[in-house]
Design a protein around this ligand. Structure first.
Ligand code: SAM
Length: 164
């Protein structure tokens, strides 16, 4: 039982399940392009972990979210993007890639930010275009990454160098 949990974002709710099986849902609808939240209170320059989001190409360019957005699961057909691409971290935000109904899980394509993930997993997103094992963009073709709605600039750069 979680005893001291308090939600970080009023418009969102965590559905708690077993280990690594919890996920974040939205209580309100969003339209494509709308900002779900600006990311605040991050711990930047964190060691890479299952819970961090990559925010650049350096080994220490990882951010702990310190909020319920930690519970955003991966999907191969995501409905949101984590956009940590601005040189100004106060502009880092989460954006809707499509219209999202209230009550829906929010999901992002982990390889859109992650080159080589700390914790790989067998994807259970259940979508038609599911890629199976998810371990970062390094292990996917550029085409597989580019067709998911949003890709961070460091991932584009690293794929370009790899493919050269
Ligand atoms: C940042 S956590 C996301 C929240 C996580 N579900 C939890 O309960 O803590 C990332 C981990 O969640 C799990 N996960 C996320 N998306 C998944 C998916 N599509 N299929 C299977 N496991 C997933 C994996 O174990 C992954 O390492």
């Amino acid at each position: 039982m979680i005893q001291s949990y308090s939600p970080s974002h009023a418009d969102f709710i965590v559905e708690f399940h077993g280990e690594f099986s919890s996920f974040l849902k939205t209580r309100k609808s969003f339209i494509q392009g709308e900002t779900l939240t600006v990311l605040r209170n991050l711990t930047i320059r964190s060691p890479k972990a299952y819970s961090t989001v990559q925010c650049g190409r350096g080994v220490e360019d990882n951010a702990e979210l310190n909020s319920d957005f930690l519970y955003v699961n991966h999907s191969c057909e995501p409905n949101i993007a984590f956009d940590l691409s601005s040189t100004d971290p106060t502009e880092w935000h989460v954006r809707a890639l499509k219209n999202i109904d209230a009550g829906s899980p929010v999901t992002f394509f982990y390889p859109s930010t992650e080159w080589e993930m700390d914790q790989a997993f067998e994807c259970q997103c259940g979508t038609e275009t599911c890629l199976g094992r998810i371990q970062g963009a390094k292990f996917l073709t550029t085409e597989q990454v580019n067709e998911r709605g949003w890709v961070s600039p460091w991932i584009l750069e690293l794929m370009e160098e790899r493919d050269a």
